[in-house]
Design a binder for this molecule. Structure first.
Ligand SMILES: [Zn+2]
Length: 60
């Protein structure tokens, strides 16, 4: 299920915590809002995930 909730793209410098919105802009500081869906893990570490998975080849 996709979420349409967006988060202020500049919240880390402008706000103390993420500011969520359903619109295209932050309602507080008017910065562009971006998709709030967090990356499941650091994309630069995607192969690390493969390595860890390959290492544990037992059933769960
Ligand atoms: Zn903002």
């Amino acid at each position: 299920m996709r979420s349409d909730i967006r988060v202020c793209s500049d919240w880390q410098t402008t706000h103390e915590r993420p500011v969520y919105t359903l619109g295209d802009r932050c309602p507080v500081c008017d910065a562009p809002a971006e998709n709030s869906a967090p990356a499941p893990f650091d994309p630069t570490d995607r192969y690390g995930e493969y390595r860890r998975r390959a290492r544990s080849d037992g059933p769960e």
